[in-house]
Ligand binder design. Sequence first.
Ligand code: APR
Ligand code: ZN
Length: 367
Amino acid sequence: MNVTAAVFREPGKPLTIETVQLAGPEAGEVLVKVVASGICHSDLHVVKGEWSTSAPLVLGHEGAGIVEAVGTGVTTVSPGDHVVLSWMPYCRRCHYCLAGRPNLCELVESTAYNSVMLDGTTRLSQAGEPVYSYLATGSFANWAVVPETAAIRIRDDAPLDKVSLVGCAVATGIGAVANTARVHMGSSALVIGCGGVGLSTVSGAAIAGASQVIAVDINDANLDRARALGATHTLNSRTDDVLSALPAITGKTGVDYAFEAIGLPATIELAYEALAPGGTAVVVGQVAEGKKISIDPFVMSDREKTLTGCNYGSCRPPIDFPILVDLYMNDRLPLDSLIERAIGIDEINDAFDAMIRGETARRVIIH
Ligand code: APR
Ligand code: ZN
């Protein structure tokens, strides 16, 4: 079938809206009518050339839609099911999948991270030449074939335009709080960077019962959004000195938990330096290839500080996605505050420009 897609061809160039051919689902795959897709900074990393990828490539990895058809052997979804797409299709067989940590699946490096399906091939093409699907998701297209483990069934009454964000920003941000750091009630949490991922982290810290949720950004509009999602304090790091502001807020030398949700070495170092003794800093943002950070190992051991990574909110999509959708549907997770507005796919490059200028939380493409 023909699909309409936003295609990446080379770094630094705008995406082009093109017609691409999509083959049907093979064994263990699912054809999804993609209804909506959020735009995430991880798409922008590719556009900017900060991460190397295959091309031409249909970008987009924060989607939701409706199952149209399934390949042989698929058991977890059927035609008509509503699904949130997961960008971490997992094999179900490796050490990490069996240990209940599918976000660390050993197959991902050679499959989704290479923009191909679990069998190493792609269902997309143009005039017989392969076109790749970002993270085996490719949600900047109105149809997608994805591995079964990337199509996570959710309840039918959830609005797909809103819960598309569960597929990346919300799973990552709330998962960083609930799964990776396990933020405890009464603690203090610092969140550096309040885009879709950081705002979800703020929301997660509020839901977890942190007494102080301190949001940091350079954009006041996103700090306002952070307040709407439960931040108790906001700091604009263009004018406020974050480290010297923390003792008065927390009553300690720093915070119990710090989350970096931008992907810059300097702000990862800031997250670590912001910790009180015994605190944990979580690297949620994804850094451009080849970057390094510098921390003081004496302080790390002497003050028992932890610095840890977080991929996809340490989530298990079939367990976490329905929970996150329920939180939204039960008014516990104010997802609407994450979304700036809905756009058409032809407005995709404007959305990236706004993201580069730091002017937007999430824009969501409605196909
Ligand atoms: N200090 C503070 N805030 C900053 C800084 C800075 N130096 N630079 C950027 N920001 C803010 C922006 O103003 C914006 O609000 O960080 C936020 C980043 O938001 P988005 O660009 O929307 O990024 P998002 O999609 O949330 O992803 C964040 O997580 O999954 C990863 O790859 C993703 O690395 C990216 C990160
Ligand atoms: Zn993302």
